[in-house]
Design a protein around this ligand. Structure first.
Ligand code: PA5
Length: 433
């Protein structure tokens, strides 16, 4: 379903064949499957597409269907791993302006911008809305504050009915959010103990809000299961490992420091954000890790494209997501006046032109030299199935590449530092000094 082509870098092709690396891949694969590496208590995602809790899944479907009938907007509260996956999926699968969308999504708790929050409050006035609040710890300030504000607004607008309109996704038994939800009688769904935030999109963290938004989550699981059963080989015929090893070599042997994930579809912007968190938090530790960045082409070719083509070399390489077909296409027709002189494109589709742009960019970036490309050819369109497949593909790839760097890919001690400092500065009881 995904093939990986490493281009514009002959050195990598020969390196990929080295015995040393082949042995390393076998060793790391074993660490992932047998749970013997660092952070092994967070490997629940490896078999999750086959082992997820069916009973809870059915309960979520019933709850989501009932909520859909009661609301016009779902306020999704979460930050980082507790929201990016759902947003990535909703945008990729449904697009940015879906027609016949029963429930609109609004994301809060991902920022403390007072202007943004105040505007959402005003927008929701007199609207029928519900809340899905997602936090594993229940103590993260951004979603905590957002929940406090929007819960209050909902109770003011709906009275007792608010109870039926709030759903919490959180830890099974620990944490402030679980206690609060139980005491106030809100329905809760569980974030498994052995799956960290950025690996949690296939758990209720991503699946519950997506169900309310009308995304086909069965198809997401189908794609993830397919990936789980297909991506098992402990060698570079496994595309997830080939991708992991290629980027590892570009970094460790050729000293590239920045990877940019490129997509040719605007609705992939939040998928890029999800990917950045996955790789940035998993690898960026102990002074290591590629800086994950992203661009949307051809949009960014008209801004950052200049830098890529003629700026500093030997720093950045590109990983390109190339879907074999678009979800929707648009036909280009002849214009009698032809003022724009575009009649030579008559009969083509917009996607055909977009694909030619991809070819042209690959050529341009090989002409200027020193910009390696890893092209991920994905069979099909931006479907729910492909979303599930890609999620699993990248999760497996980052486990491999993190272990190749000899770091723990499943913790994020750096994220905690600012949280602690902020608690101290705000005078949180017990943490003032
Ligand atoms: O990957 C992570 O662990 C983080 O991005 C968390 O998901 C984020 O900080 C939110 O944490 P919580 O779900 O505890 O509110």
């Amino acid at each position: 379903m995904i093939s990986v082509n490493v281009m514009n870098t002959p050195l990598i092709a020969s390196d990929l064949e080295s015995e040393d690396l082949k042995n390393k891949v076998v060793e790391v694969n074993k660490m992932i499957r047998e749970r013997t590496g660092l952070g092994n208590d967070f490997l629940g995602w490896v078999n999750w597409p086959a082992t997820y809790d069916r009973e809870e899944y059915i309960k979520m479907q019933a709850s989501a269907t009932s909520l859909q009938d009661k609301i016009e907007v779902l306020v999704i509260i979460g930050i980082g791993g507790s929201y990016l996956g759902a947003r990535a999926a909703a945008d990729m699968i449904k697009g940015l302006y879906p027609i016949n969308q029963k429930v609109e999504a609004i994301y809060v708790g991902n920022t403390m911008s007072s202007t943004y929050v105040a505007q959402v409050q005003a927008y929701l006035k007199n609207k029928r809305f519900g809340i899905c609040v997602i936090s594993k710890s229940g103590t993260t300030v951004e979603p905590g504050l957002a929940f406090r504000l929007f819960e209050k607004q909902l109770w003011e607008q709906e009275g007792e009915r608010a109870k039926e309109l709030i759903v919490a996704v959180t830890d099974k038994e620990r944490g402030a959010l679980k206690v609060l939800a139980d005491q106030k009688g809100y329905q809760t769904f569980t974030i498994p103990d052995d799956i960290g935030g950025r690996f949690s999109v296939l758990t209720p963290v991503g699946i519950y809000p997506l169900m309310v938004l009308g995304v086909n989550t069965d198809e997401i699981f189908f794609g993830a299961q397919k990936a789980m059963y297909e991506l098992t080989e402990a060698n570079l015929d496994n595309p997830a490992y080939k991708y992991a090893v290629a980027r590892y070599l570009l970094n460790s042997k050729l000293n590239y420091k920045v990877e940019t994930l490129v997509s040719y579809d605007l609705q992939m912007q939040y998928f890029n954000e999800w990917w950045k968190q996955l790789f940035g938090e998993s690898e960026g530790k102990e002074g290591q890790g590629l800086l994950p960045t992203s661009m949307i082409f051809s949009t960014d070719l008209h801004s950052l494209g200049q830098w890529v083509q003629e700026g500093q070399k030997g720093l950045l390489f590109e990983t390109i997501l190339n879907f074999s077909r678009p979800t929707l296409d648009v036909k280009i027709t002849k214009d009698p006046d032809n003022f724009d002189q575009l009649n030579y494109l008559d009969g083509k589709t917009l996607d055909e032109v977009n694909k030619v742009a991809l070819e042209g960019v690959l050529q341009a970036h090989s002409q200027c030299g020193e910009i390696p490309n890893i092209v991920l050819d994905i069979d099909g369109d931006m479907s729910a199935q492909n979303f599930g497949y890609l999620v699993y593909f990248f999760e497996l790839a980052v486990a491999m590449s993190g272990y190749l760097l000899a770091v723990n890919p499943f913790n994020q001690p750096g994220v905690e530092v600012y949280k602690k400092n902020m608690f101290k500065l705000l005078g949180k009881p017990g943490l003032e000094s």
